[in-house]
Design a protein around this ligand. Sequence first.
Ligand code: LP5
Ligand code: MN
Length: 278
Amino acid sequence: MPPARLAPLQPRAELRARDRALFASDVHLHDADPDTAGAFLDALAREARGASHLFLLGDLFEAWVGDDDASAVGARLAGALDALARAGKRVYLMRGNRDFLLDAAVGAAGAAGAAGAAGAQAFSARCGATMLADPCAIVAFGTRVLLSHGDALCTDDLAYQAFRAKARSSAWQRNFLRRPRAERLEMARSLRQRSELEKADKAAYLMDVNAAAVKRLMRAAGVRVLIHGHTHRPAEHRFSLDGAPALRWVLPDWDARAGRGGMLVATRSGLQPVGRWD
Ligand code: LP5
Ligand code: MN
């Protein structure tokens, strides 16, 4: 039987002639690393001046355990994004594997009762931002472009994909968010530790996207351009998709100590990297 054809995704935003859009991901903000927060917020203030749209494609935070987050950096980012939104810029947020609980609303009665994250204001509302599903399509100057965090495309990493499937279920999230914040933070810390340990032993190809999965997704979404993050392997990949040229941009992660971090800027002249991508 031939594979079922998915209906192409409806575009969530359209960039027109005079627009300028910024794309960034993998900032991994946390209070213990104020330098990276400073570098990102400075770059954002600089680049956003002439921008009309901002797309943040996941892993903004080192680990997000719920919208009752009380970190200084969470408040700082929300303030900066809200100021941009109030200045008329369109701000979009996508969840990554570190912050898949952004705006987690589990069930009509809320996620968690008094002890958990249910009473908190949705993070996107604090930012004046619109949440995006992963993947989602936009139209940039007449061209359909697909946006994704990128972790779902690492299909060879079976251990991660099994964890991902479980942690994205509403039952698991309801249960997790019911716990006190201190306990959630401790669980996140120990999962981060385990992740770093396991990654040290994983073959490099497991932690990259699978080329066939990329093509399948792009074909189903009806696009020839994909922008994603997650792998920390910033690059512009040109390849052939069903005999026609296609493009995959991988956004860099941010790390002030390593002097790394950058964005992709889209104007009608094309896509241009800014910042340190190596
Ligand atoms: O993030 P990164 O780049 O280091 O590695 C990712 C994958 N790891 C993760 C885990 C995140 O780093 C930590 C997320 C914190 C979120 C906070 C809220 C939720 C707290 C939940 C507490 C239980 O995404 C890594 C990939 C790598 O990308 C490259 O793609 O390889 O995957 C892993 O390391 C996962 C392990 O291989 C499998 C882990 C199984 C853990 C089981 C935990 C307990 C069971 C909970 C049931 C859902
Ligand atoms: Mn990621």
